[in-house]
Design a protein around this ligand. Structure first.
Ligand code: ADP
Length: 564
């Protein structure tokens, strides 16, 4: 700004100076021309008087180097010329000043002299004898005048230039100083130029607006942070260059970073190619999702493009924990595959036996044997389907089941009674110990626990083995123990026997009618009673399974403690 003002001032000063010099030269030139003309007129008159009195003698010894003197006869023949050779000179009768002198007595003109090649002033006077005396003098041109004055002009130019520079510099500084001193934080408090008032008013309004907008923006940002802060889902906001603008604590934990990553590229936080693919799709404006393994869980990562003015200006990443969902899905898949597999074997056997009987291949004596086989397999299927139904009921939760005060000892008595024939058949002694112990529970589920544990204790026992069921009442719980002297469970299988369809010895279990679901039912039913199961077993020594049912409510009064 200062430079511009300075240059403008210098330019104006230079232009004014040049115009003044030009005007001054023109005026001077005009003045000197007039003076020269008057002098020439007077000199011509003196020369005419000289020629009248002295004739040609006047020219002898005449020193008039500045003037050209020409004496012209009445017919235009040049009689004398002090600057040119007479022989080379043409007739002068047609010269303007000569013509005027012949007719009017005197004449004047100015023109370029072809002979002397410069601009000349001419003045002619007719003598009484009819001859004409003419004087001419070279006239100063503007350039000659300018060159003559060059030295003083140069001095004036230098002085003017220095003065202009100093003044322009000071002036431009004085103009700009109030602008530099403007208080832009409070535009209306300035006492500057009046011309700036509208600008300052506008500035003040704009500042107010910006302040209001930034407060609103800050409020929104705080609201957004407050919402995302407590979210279990991870949220990451990225700009169009994939720089992190915001990341909530859940996302920080999942991506193994902290809040200081704001402003960094997402690539510096997570380099997984799957995430990059998601972001590439979002950059193209397409929503994309993928299941990624973050930390030790499975997460669904959604990448949604943010659009503004029809362009993708950023991406929102949403990280949802789907570990449980994936596990349940996996379990469902495995369960379906297992059920199909479990049902296929008895169905094949039944179908094979029935086919043989139908085709008359089986001898009459063997029909009973084959029918018994069909019956056994059908029973196995019925057990399997019953167990599956029980499990699916348990999967639905205990809310739908009626809870009541149950005496576990009485239930155990019934179970022992119903299983005594089975135990006898397996040559196993079945005994019950303990005393009456009441608890809040679902009778069918408790029955299921007792039945499956006792049934297993008989099934996986040895000849002349023993099964002891005991129900103990404790201050805050009821303890159910089923101990047997059977084949036991090797340690490596102990953790997995509560899984669905898991058997230590598949063929043995099937042989004795096991479905592989008994302990799963026990685990589920116990969980729905908040009961803890412990297992102690040693191969060929026996197994002790203990279920401890809490009798005191853990949660607030009136609320159920049975949770899914
Ligand atoms: P199953 O119908 O095959 O008995 P369970 O779920 O009841 O299925 O039991 C799972 C597996 O655990 C059984 O196949 C068996 O190998 C083992 N098991 C369960 N109870 C006992 C026990 N008392 N003694 C030895 N092994 C047992």
């Amino acid at each position: 700004m200062t430079k511009r003002i300075f240059h403008s001032i210098c330019l104006v000063a230079g232009s004014v100076f040049a115009a003044c010099v030009a005007l001054f030269l023109c005026v001077l030139y005009d003045y000197f021309s007039g003076v020269q003309q008057a002098q020439l007129r007077m000199q011509t008159s003196l020369a005419a008087q000289g020629v009248i009195h002295e004739g040609t003698g006047y020219f002898e010894g005449l020193d008039a180097s500045n003037y050209r003197i020409t004496w012209i006869d009445m017919d235009g023949t040049v009689l004398y010329d002090n600057k040119s050779n007479l022989a080379d000179m043409e007739n002068h009768l047609r010269r303007e000043e000569v013509v005027d002198a012949i007719y009017k007595g005197e004449g004047e003109s100015s023109r370029y002299s072809k002979t002397l090649l410069e601009r000349s002033l001419y003045c002619a006077q007719r003598l009484p004898d009819g001859t004409i005396v003419r004087l001419s003098v070279s006239q100063h041109t503007l350039l000659t005048l300018f060159l003559g004055m060059l030295q003083p002009i140069c001095v004036i130019v230098v002085i003017a230039l220095v003065l202009s520079l100093v003044l322009a510099s000071r002036l431009s500084k004085r103009i700009v100083q109030p602008l530099n001193e403007l208080n832009l934080d409070e535009p209306l408090s300035n006492d500057g130029y009046d011309e700036l008032a509208p600008l300052l008013r506008r500035l003040s309004t704009q500042q107010k607006k910006i302040k209001e907008q930034s407060i609103a923006l800050l409020q929104k940002q705080q609201e957004f942070e407050a919402v995302t802060m407590g979210m279990v889902e991870g949220i990451v906001l990225l700009d169009s260059k994939r720089v992190i603008l915001s990341i909530n604590p859940a996302a920080q934990r999942l991506l193994d970073t902290d809040a200081s990553c704001v402003g960094d590229f997402i690539l510096s936080v997570n380099r997984s190619p799957e995430l990059q693919q998601l972001l590439a799709k979002a950059d193209e404006g397409t929503y994309a999702e993928k299941i990624l393994t973050l930390r030790d869980g499975k997460y669904q990562v959604d990448a949604s493009p943010i659009r503004s003015d029809g362009k993708v200006s950023g991406t929102v990443l949403l990280l949802l924990d789907v570990t449980e969902k994936e596990k349940v899905e996996q379990m469902r898949r495995e369960f379906t595959a297992n059920v199909s597999h479990e049902l296929k074997t008895p169905l094949h056997t039944i179908s094979g036996c029935a086919e043989l009987i139908t085709n008359g291949i089986v001898k009459q004596n063997d029909i009973t044997k084959f029918s018994a086989q069909i019956y056994t397999e059908a029973q196995r299927m019925i057990h399997l389907v019953e167990d599956i139904i029980k499990l699916s009921h348990l999967d639905e939760g205990a809310d739908a089941m009626k809870r009541e005060t149950v005496d576990l000892y009485t239930l155990a008595q019934e179970t022992v009674k119903s299983l005594t024939p089975v135990a006898k058949k397996a040559k196993v002694t079945l005994a019950l110990e303990g005393q009456s112990a009441e608890l809040d529970g679902v009778p069918q589920l408790l029955q299921g626990i007792l039945y499956n544990l006792c049934d297993n204790a008989i099934k996986y026992n040895r000849k002349d083995g023993k099964v002891t069921v005991s129900v103990e009442k404790e201050p805050q719980s009821v303890r159910l123990t089923v101990a047997d002297t059977g084949i036991g469970i090797p340690e490596e299988h102990q953790e997995r026997i509560f899984e669905r369809f898991y058997r230590v010895d598949k063929s043995h279990s099937k042989e004795i009618g096991g479905t592989g679901l008994g302990l799963s039912i026990v685990k589920h039913a116990a969980r729905l009673h908040d009961a803890a199961i412990t297992l102690q077993s040693e191969p060929n020594q026996g197994t002790v399974i203990t279920v401890v049912f809490p009798t005191k409510k853990v949660a607030a009064e009136g609320e159920s403690t049975w949770k899914n």
